[in-house]
Design a protein around this ligand. Structure first.
Ligand code: LLP
Length: 446
């Protein structure tokens, strides 16, 4: 469930009306719910209670300092893919000893910094990277803890751009070659083998691919044991899907229990790297209708958020629910949520928020950016008027973090709601920020 709830017709984030946030901070604007973030993180943590584990939030999903801070206070670890993400974790008070470093292209300076602050583990994606980490660690007089990220060649059944565990993808070390690379690693003095890592894709709505990947990882773990290359942990990555419109992903509890069942009595510490399942339904993007227009038969609502603010629809043909913030006369007030702890259970959806309104029209919600691909939603049944405030739901993951300044549009502010308080946790970019750091050429010599 999440904490974006309709009360007396008005959509709230926890106890704060979204309308009030839009009035205070303008639109477009990202809004997060602290309570939802916490509940979703705890759903994973609780599912692994009684077992040595670490939930490493995938920072790429939402790297706002306030989000990282909220999770760090719960004791979260973090999965990072750049030194930028590492500095964010540190700035938010995250513990470097709970950081795992993923990604296929770690630079020397990134490895150096991660060693300096003492991260938990490097998830190594190639023999070349292994050699680089070994050399840098030896030069620093340190020993780098490493896992190899193996590519299990499992079809995650997700969008081609978010599948990472197929042999054809750039990620990881082919599982058939992993044993040899582990043997190389075991012989290096600058690294210490501590685990096996695997991440097969994102927005998975079935358990079978996770279980298939785990089985391959366990077979590798057995082979390593025979070679006396002991490992301490299995990092099973992230990837659990969420409900955007009508998907029915497993709950974190069901996902973890399927993994634990396969794991049996094996003593490994379990690391998970969920991003979307924690953050997506903890955020909305607020946007206002600027104009309504019609081109022939096609009706458009031009809103003030665009693909530069939320690129998922344009990039992945992703569908996210878009709802009016204020119910109009005759709207049903909506239901209050039940208190399930699962990230995927009982999301508080409007069954059909507009079913009581007249003038429902099928509209494409498009932004002001000069691209045909600039849309937030297509063929949505809504009754809209200029000035209406809308919420694009499930925008807390891969929303703001993927935003850009395309068309010289300042990036949106981010607001974190905590009970009845709203906190501005990132200011709207100013126009001057757009070209700060740029310069014209020196004057021409005459
Ligand atoms: N661990 C690794 C190594 C990853 O590459 C990712 C995501 C995660 C964990 C977190 O996965 P999650 O639990 O969030 O599914 N921009 C795309 C999603 C890209 C995911 C990339 N890797 C989207 O908006 O759908």
């Amino acid at each position: 469930m999440d904490d974006f709830i309709r009360k007396a017709g008005d959509l709230h984030a926890e106890a704060v009306p979204l309308q009030a946030i839009a009035e205070r901070h303008g639109t477009p604007c990202y809004v997060y719910s602290r309570a939802t973030l916490e509940r979703h993180w705890r759903a994973f943590d609780a599912a692994l209670a009684g077992r040595d584990h670490l939930i490493c939030f995938a920072v790429k999903a939402n790297s706002n300092l306030a989000v990282l801070d909220v999770l760090a206070r719960l004791g979260s670890g973090f999965d990072i893919v750049s030194v930028g993400e590492l500095e964010r974790v540190l700035a938010a008070g995250g513990d470097p000893r709970r950081v795992v470093f993923s990604g296929v292209g770690k630079r020397r300076d990134e490895i150096q910094r991660a060693l300096e602050v003492g991260i938990h583990c490097f998830n190594v994606e190639s023999p070349a990277e292994l050699a680089r980490i070994d050399a840098i660690a030896r030069a620093q007089g340190r020993v780098a803890p490493v896992s190899l990220r193996v590519n299990p060649d499992v079809d995650a059944g997700t969008h081609p751009y978010t599948a990472t565990g197929l042999a054809e993808n750039k990620f990881g070390i082919a599982i058939g070659e992993a044993l040899a690379v582990y043997q190389q690693a075991a012989a290096l003095s600058g690294v210490r083998v501590v685990g096996i890592d695997c991440h097969i894709g994102s927005q998975l709505t079935e358990l079978a691919p996770f279980v298939a990947a785990l089985e391959r990882v366990l077979a590798l773990a057995d082979e390593l044991e025979h070679l006396d290359i002991g490992i301490e942990h299995l990092d099973l990555g992230g990837g659990l899907g969420v409900r955007y419109i009508d998907e029915q992903p497993p709950s974190p509890a069901a996902y973890v229990s399927a993994l634990l069942e396969r794991l049996g009595e094996r003593p490994y510490r379990i690391l998970l790297e969920p991003g979307r399942a924690i953050a997506a339904n903890a955020g909305v993007l607020l946007t206002r209708v600027e104009h309504l227009k019609r081109n022939g038969e096609r009706k458009f609502a031009i809103v003030d958020a665009a693909m530069n603010d939320l690129i998922r629809p344009a990039l992945y043909q992703a569908r996210q629910e878009i709802v009016p913030v204020r119910a109009h006369d005759g709207d049903s007030p909506g239901l209050s949520p039940s208190q399930s702890p699962d990230a995927n259970a009982n999301e508080n959806r409007d069954e059909n928020p507009d079913e009581h309104r007249g003038q429902l029209q099928r509209v494409d919600l498009v932004g002001p950016v000069c691209e045909t691909g600039d849309f937030l939603g297509k063929a949505r049944e809504l009754a809209l008027a200029e000035g209406d405030l809308l919420a694009v739901r499930s925008s807390g993951a891969y929303g703001f973090v993927m935003s850009s300044n395309y068309n010289s549009r300042p990036r949106a502010p981010e607001v974190m709601v905590d009970g009845d308080q709203m906190h501005l946790v990132r200011e709207r970019e100013r126009l001057a920020d757009l070209f700060a750091g740029e310069s014209c050429l020196p004057p021409a010599p005459d």
